[in-house]
Design a protein around this ligand. Structure first.
Ligand code: FES
Length: 158
């Protein structure tokens, strides 16, 4: 079992709130992601058993969302939006700058396991483009100077 007792209890709590079983899939994936840091087939099976929804439906839901990494990632998952508004306002150059600052390519994790960099579809903050999400937090209207400050702060927190 990968999911611990606390996560299982949390998922069961959500099942009370969402009597329709399929509606618990995303909250359950979120609980699992917060515990483990990424998802996997084994986790889909465990969730499937707990909420009594077929494995394939859990796996399909997880595959749709980039916010749920499917492999281990660094402590800080940097997701840069590359969709239209962000693209028009420099998302590609922002990714290039982050690659340079972190010394990795998109899709990679820094050797100290601190940062993973990916680019994703629209994160729903188009009016604040270009933007990125790091773990649960949005960083908007980005400039290179802002990126420098953000990375510095995260490195300080370790
Ligand atoms: S296009 Fe980047 S947040 Fe929507």
């Amino acid at each position: 079992m990968i999911l611990n007792k606390i996560s299982i209890a949390e998922i069961k709590e959500r099942m009370v709130k969402y009597p329709r079983r399929k509606s618990v899939i995303l909250p359950a994936l979120t609980v699992a992601y917060r515990q483990v840091g990424h998802l996997s087939d084994q986790i889909y099976r465990e969730i499937s058993d707990i909420i009594e929804v077929p494995y394939i439906e859990v796996a399909e839901a997880a595959s749709f969302y980039t916010m749920f990494p499917k492999e281990p990632v660094g402590k800080y998952l940097i997701q840069v939006c590359h969709n239209i508004s962000c693209a028009l306002l420099g998302a590609d150059s922002l990714v290039g700058y982050l690659e340079e600052k972190l010394g990795i390519k998109k899709g990679e994790t820094t050797p100290d396991n601190l940062f993973t960099l990916i680019s994703v579809e629209c994160l729903g903050s188009c009016a604040s483009a270009p933007m990125m999400q790091i773990n649960d937090k949005y960083y908007e209207n980005l400039t290179r100077e802002k990126v420098d400050r953000i990375l510095e702060e995260l490195r300080r927190q370790g």
